[in-house]
Design a binder for this molecule. Structure first.
Ligand code: NAD
Length: 429
């Protein structure tokens, strides 16, 4: 029997960049700008509930392994907790806690009635069979049964998970409570109450925010040179939609390496290639190989990190040549790198805005499910675009009025709304 220690898991995170400390630093900066009361800041700095469960799973070879699963519920001041489930070897409680906090500000910034949460299991999905992943997902869901629900906490896909895992979670929850509960998760397959447009939603939202930022400079997406790190749910969709809109995607990478073509990549052909090549873009014909490190420093108009956090750091920021960085991933630019980019006048479109398309369509999926009325894709995309552009305009306006960065403006709007609601609701008892 192989036992995986439940805690501490922190060793998996690079010691020098703690995602939760970074999230708290952004919160503190927003609190300072808002002149928030110290007590309120104290409340907002702490997750409301942290759950760690052990997930015993029987592998296909009969061996039993015990994995650690987390769910961190940061705040439900504005509505039910909402946030993705991550399957990745580097998942730690601190990372999940940071991502839960980001979800709170993101939902508040977009004006959707949710709080923030995140979940994750430290595992490499590539090392498990589909049946093993199903058993892991079902046991994890069943361990969290009292903590999730359509009006309590609604998980969604994140790194390493997709509609498939959401269907297993929905089924496990439904079987346990005795009736079908589609609203317990979002990002589900259409067959069990998913929303049209959800799969592409995060990438579409990123495309919309980049398009708006270019429009503010009097430019369009046509011919704009784009580099994308990560080619999964988010990066793949962003690549496809930007390509359709006329942008030139000159480089793309996955965890195994990247590819580069000065003429621009054929994204439809690349998607087909990656699907047939274990989700890797390496070896794609008519493109040159490039390392993930070199990809981030390519000369380009727009850089879209769509993989993991802490990719642009104080070590490589001076070599980054992009004029606009859209944070499709959560936390890809570290605090120090962000300061250096701001000082150089690089536009950093912050994660809680640039990747909010996913949670917006998750919200629209939940609304459709609760009202038993499903929309066509055109309507879903229209409603999402409306909320994204509205939030973008508010961030730009706030940044100009207060003379602060887009990140601080976005955080100040999100944190400010949660603090206001907390003030209005009062502290129980
Ligand atoms: P995913 O698992 O579908 O894709 C991740 C991609 O990143 C894969 O192509 C993988 O190969 C690549 N990758 C991993 N490590 C890499 C590395 N070191 N260098 C280059 N590429 C690497 O995950 P996703 O759902 O697309 O999520 C990506 C990011 O977007 C995460 O930060 C996630 O939190 C954020 N996000 C996702 C959603 C969503 O709806 N899925 C919503 C908001 C934010």
């Amino acid at each position: 029997m192989v036992a995986t220690p439940l805690l501490p898991l922190e060793a998996a995170t690079p010691a020098h960049i703690c995602p939760f400390d970074q999230a708290c630093s952004y919160l503190e900066a927003a609190a300072k700008e808002l002149k928030l009361d110290q007590g309120l800041l104290e409340i907002l700095s702490h997750p409301r509930k942290v759950v760690t469960v052990s997930i015993p799973v029987k592998l296909d070879n009969g061996e039993i392994r015990v994995l650690a699963g987390h769910r961190v519920q940061h705040s439900d001041i504005l509505g039910p907790y909402k946030g993705g489930i991550r399957y990745h070897p580097a998942v730690t409680l601190r990372e999940v806690s940071a991502l839960a906090m980001l979800m709170t500000w993101k939902c508040a910034l977009l004006g959707i009635p949710y709080g923030g949460a995140k979940g994750g299991i430290a595992l490499d999905p590539k090392q498990y069979s589909v049946r093993e992943l199903e058993r892991i997902t079902r046991r994890y869901t069943s361990e969290l049964i009292k903590d999730i629900g359509p009006s309590v906490d609604i998980p969604a896909p994140d790194v390493g998970t997709s509609a498939r895992e959401m269907a297993w979670m929905m089924d496990t929850y439904s079987v346990n409570v005795g009736h079908a509960v589609p609203g317990v998760v979002t990002g589900k397959p259409l067959s069990v109450g998913g929303s049209r447009g959800r799969e592409m939603a995060t990438g579409r939202g990123t495309m919309i925010i980049v398009r708006e930022a270019l429009a503010d400079q009097g430019k369009t997406l046509a011919g704009v040179r784009v580099v994308i790190q990560g080619f999964g749910n988010v990066g793949g969709a962003a690549a496809e939609l930007l390509h359709e809109a006329g942008a030139k995607i000159i480089a793309v990478s996955t965890s195994t390496g990247g590819i580069y073509s000065e003429q621009g990549l054929d994204i439809a052909a690349l998607k087909a290639y990656a699907t047939a090549n274990h989700k890797s873009v390496v070896g794609f014909p008519q493109a040159l190989p490039i390392s993930n490190a070199d990809l981030l420093t390519l000369p380009c108009d727009v850089l879209i990190p769509s993989a993991l956090e802490n990719q642009i750091t104080k070590e490589n920021v001076s070599q980054v040549q992009a004029k606009i960085i859209a944070e499709a991933a959560n936390g890809p630019v570290t605090l120090e790198a962000n300061q250096a980019l701001e000082a150089r006048g690089v536009i950093v479109l912050p994660d809680i805005l640039a990747n909010a398309g996913g949670v917006v369509v998750s919200y629209l999926e939940w609304v459709q499910g609760l009202s038993y009325l499903f929309w066509d894709e055109e309507r879903v995309n229209r409603e999402m675009e409306h909320l994204m552009v509205h939030a973008y305009r508010q961030v730009i306006q706030h940044s100009k009025t207060r003379q602060i960065s887009l990140r601080l403006a976005a955080y100040t709007l999100g944190v400010g709304r949660v603090a206001q609601a907390l003030n209005d609701r009062g502290l129980y008892p």
